[in-house]
Write a protein of this length. Structure first.
Length: 489
């Protein structure tokens, strides 16, 4: 019997584990280690954060789902990996620490034949002084990164709405809280959902709403922007975004590295090297991401973390980490199998793998401060990667260790994104976009780096309906309900 251990139960890890359990059957064991007792459909946290969904609508208990799938579930966090075993045995193992109620702090070593690191990100609030405490619930700003964060954000938003109804003007500041953030899309959705809710509450005229981001231009979204077909024309995402901001009367600051957050005030540095401050009554700033802090040790106990992981804590995979300057970057730098180059039975997918370099052009201020989005690896790409990695491992277990690995390069992968701009059956809007490929390939598609026949978008009520339907479809899929395998990633 072979044992596959999956670290992390988010989109990528959950996808990998559930498909692996289905393909392997009861002859082999799939173990999931995740510190959370609930699964969270993170894209809908945006709606929780404006009070349009409850925490219960975006989460469900993992234990019964894994029991139904025949998956061994450990509510715990992974601490370290011993890919060579130790002095008492050759079998590789991962060390975990339980977070389950009643077992907190207890440790266990789990041996494995194959390992998938899908631990997702550490929400690195500490990178910006004052941005948040360890849970993200800082006294100055709010977050929508988890369901609990989003509940807190909705509570704070309601307080601001009450103040506006009482005649007190409020200033909203939404965006990224550091020069190296990713997930601009989540902040983009949140700012327009807030604008929509204030309009519904009849207090929009009492609000000043401003966007702050590390993007060098609006519509970068961490993918260097895109040109998409809309109404028969190739339109840049910059024009698309600027038009929406102007239409909704939302001001913006771009190319900004937030370096300090205080009560009602942030300090930032711009790409031109100048410094500025911005006040707020309500602020949601996305934190930068880092690896969760896994360590790795050799058979003799030597620390080999730097061999297995990149300096940012994400696991090294089959990427070209020596690409060098921006001018040398190629689509082929990006990984396709997500196999660790040192230990062939270890893989990383979703946010947990170390990208070779950003997708957006790297930039820094004259002071040497890097200010540019880091690569997004969430949503649809995470699910596709998780499924491909599970397929590779299952083939090697069932067909032999020489079975070819499945590929899912972001440079050969399309993705669909539906960005909410306000919730409502008849008043909601969302930007529905497709992008192909996610990582631009300027050799294959000179000029834009992408196939404009498969990169298109539009905004409207239909997009909102699609997003609402997808919310229910993906939770249905994640709960392994009838027909779940037919729903695409």
């Amino acid at each position: 019997m072979a044992r596959l251990v999956v670290l992390g139960g988010g989109v990528s890890g959950h996808t990998a584990a559930t498909f692996a359990a289905k393909w392997l059957g009861s002859s082999h064991e799939v173990v999931v280690v995740t510190p959370n007792s609930k699964w969270n459909w993170i894209p809908s946290n945006i709606w929780v954060g404006v009070g349009q969904m409850s925490k219960e609508e975006v989460t469900f208990d993992l234990a019964p789902v894994y029991a139904k799938a025949g998956i061994t579930y450990k509510q715990a966090k992974a601490v370290s990996i011993n890919p060579e075993g130790n002095e008492s045995g050759d079998k590789p193992f991962v060390s975990i620490e339980f977070t389950e109620e009643g077992k907190e702090g207890q440790s266990e070593n789990i041996e494995y034949d194959y390992l998938i690191n899908a631990t997702g990100p550490k929400l690195n609030f500490a990178a910006t002084p004052g941005l948040g405490d360890a849970n993200g619930l800082g006294e100055h700003t709010v977050s929508v990164c988890t369901a609990d964060h989003a509940v807190h954000a909705a509570e704070e938003l309601n307080k601001c709405i009450d103040k506006m109804k009482a005649g007190e003007r409020q200033k909203f500041l939404i965006g990224t809280g550091h020069g190296m953030c990713t997930c601009q899309g989540a902040a983009f959705e949140y700012i327009f959902n807030i604008e929509h809710e204030l309009k519904k509450a009849g207090v929009r005229d009492m609000a000043d709403i401003k966007w702050i981001s590390n993007e060098s231009f609006l519509g970068d979204f961490g993918v260097g922007g895109l040109h998409m077909k809309a109404m028969g024309f190739a339109v840049s995402s910059r024009i698309f975004a600027e038009s929406l901001f102007a239409e909704r009367d939302v001001d913006w600051i771009i190319g900004a590295h937030v370096n300090k957050v205080e009560s009602g005030n942030i300090h930032y540095e711009l790409l031109d090297g100048s410094m500025g401050e911005e006040s707020f009554d309500f602020s949601m700033l996305i934190p930068p991401f880092a690896g969760v802090g896994l360590k790795a040790y050799s058979k003799t106990g030597e620390d080999i973390t730097a061999t297995v992981f990149a300096p940012n804590g994400f696991m090294k995979v089959d990427a070209n980490y020596a690409a060098g300057a921006y001018e040398n970057w190629k689509a082929s730098d990006w990984p396709s199998t997500y196999q660790n180059p040192t230990y062939g039975n270890m893989f990383a997918c979703g946010i947990a793998f170390a990208p070779p370099h950003p997708i957006s052009k790297p930039m820094s201020s004259p002071n040497g401060t890097p200010i540019n989005p880091t690569p997004p690896r969430t949503g649809m790409p995470s699910g596709i990667m998780g499924k491909a990695v599970a397929h590779s491992i299952c083939d090697r277990i069932l067909k032999g260790e020489d079975a070819p690995l499945h590929k899912a390069s972001m440079a050969e992968m399309g993705a669909a994104c539906v960005a909410s701009a306000g919730k409502g059956i008849f008043t909601g809007t969302a930007a529905a976009m497709t992008i192909y490929p996610v990582v631009p390939d300027f050799e294959k598609y000179p000029g834009t780096g992408r196939d404009t026949d498969y990169t298109f978008g539009e905004i409207g009520l239909a997009g909102h309906w699609i997003k609402h339907i997808l919310h229910h479809l993906f939770i249905w899929k994640a709960e392994l309900k009838p027909g779940w395998t037919l729903i695409p990633e």
